[in-house]
Design a protein around this ligand. Structure first.
Ligand SMILES: C[S@@+](CC[C@H](N)C(=O)[O-])C[C@H]1O[C@@H](n2cnc3c(N)ncnc32)[C@H](O)[C@@H]1O
Length: 359
């Protein structure tokens, strides 16, 4: 499909998976900043910088309406922090007609959300980054950036380097197959990919590429989406363990085999939702390897606190819930003591200790 006609057709299954991930992440992100009676930030800004007109050709909601729907639902939950925070949704796209169509849709009463300021603007992604520079670089404002670019690679290395230093900002960007092919042909990456036609490895290689551009203090995550024979990718970034942990929870809720794709990325010849055995009996390879590694690290005394555990899980692309069975096993063997069943990604600054008992 020609890119200019993208919104004149129904979204395909791969696009719907992508939109679901954006929406689920927004759903997990919003409460962190507006649920507490004393919210951590006085300003919350959500940016959808490739927002499109709001729907596809058959009225299926796109990213801006999904983000707003999450804000609307959370406002209705009536949490104490909501009214204490300035909440702004910045919806922009370079296409004036699409922005005008979205603005028209948003006049309906269902989109008048108390406490939410909605700003629509026809502007390119790069100009928007410059326009919003003051907020994006303000450490006292929480930000979420949804970057749903087309096949053109708007997130260049330089743009990526800007994104990762915005303080208190989480971002998700889409990588299309044309961008992935650029990675495939990159000399530094080509060497490491045995079969360059293998799209699975290309997305991993693209992720590794961005990982090398980021300092260790930045947490990155990925999710691969198969659209017919093409592989597309989402790359997530955050400077906070809680941000990446929430992304991993969303990823695992979409892929209970490996937490990283809407297809069988680990070559176990099964796809999420197609399993013969219930999850308790089927142990995906990635989970087995993680559990064995974690058990060895705990037995070896390398995990001293809850924070060590959280970082171990994140580095393996696992959620903190995945550590629970191993902790339970070693506790029941009398090998270790700790006051939690599951490590909490919100407690990395005040972690609870883990004590290894020598028998
Ligand atoms: C994949 S579509 C986004 C779809 C949208 N998120 C949705 O859910 O319907 C990409 C959008 O990016 C816009 N676009 C393309 N290049 C752009 C740029 N440089 N800056 C801003 N918007 C751009 C296009 O007009 C198009 O609406």
């Amino acid at each position: 499909m020609a890119m200019s006609r993208f919104h004149e057709e129904p979204y395909d299954a791969g696009t719907l998976t992508k939109l679901k991930i954006f929406e689920l992440y927004a759903q997990a992100w919003i409460p962190v900043f507006v649920s507490q009676p004393e919210p951590p930030f006085r300003e919350v800004h959500i940016y959808d910088l490739f927002c499109g007109p709001g729907t596809d050709s058959v009225g299926m909601p796109g990213s801006p309406l999904r983000i707003l729907a999450q804000l609307r639902d959370y406002q209705k939950a009536g949490k104490a922090g909501w009214s204490k925070v300035k909440i702004v949704a910045h919806l922009s796209d370079e296409d004036e007609a699409k922005v005008a169509q979205l603005a028209e849709t948003l006049k309906a009463s269902e989109w008048q959300i108390p406490g939410v300021q909605i700003e629509t603007k026809a502007i390119t992604f790069r100009d928007a980054l410059d326009l919003h520079k003051n907020v994006l670089t303000n450490p006292r404002a929480a930000k979420l950036l949804i970057i749903d670019q087309f096949g053109v690679d708007e997130v260049t290395d330089d743009v990526f380097k800007r994104l990762i230093i915005f303080p208190t900002a989480d971002f998700i960007f889409f990588l299309s197959s044309s961008t992935l092919h650029r990675f495939r042909d990159h000399p530094a990456i080509k060497i490491k990919i045995d079969k360059p036609e293998n799209s699975y490895d290309v997305h991993r290689a693209a992720f590794d590429w961005f990982q090398k551009l980021a300092p260790p203090s930045v947490f990155l995550g990925r999710f691969s989406i198969q659209k017919r024979s093409n592989i597309y990718g989402l790359i997530f970034g955050s400077q906070h363990p809680l941000g990446i942990h929430k992304f991993l929870q969303v990823a695992w809720s979409n892929d209970e085999i490996a937490g990283e794709a809407n297809f069988d990325i680990e070559r176990e010849n099964i796809s999420p939702g197609e399993m013969m055995l219930p999850m308790q009996e089927f142990r995906p390879k990635k989970i087995q390897v993680f559990e064995a590694d974690l058990e060895a690290a705990l037995r070896g005394g390398r995990m001293r606190s809850e924070a060590d555990l959280v970082h171990f899980c994140i580095a393996a692309g696992m959620t903190c819930q995945h550590a629970t069975p191993v902790l339970q096993k070693l506790k029941s063997e009398g090998l270790l003591q700790c006051k939690f069943r599951t490590p909490d990604a919100r407690r990395t600054r005040e972690p609870r200790p883990i004590q290894l008992i020598s028998l």
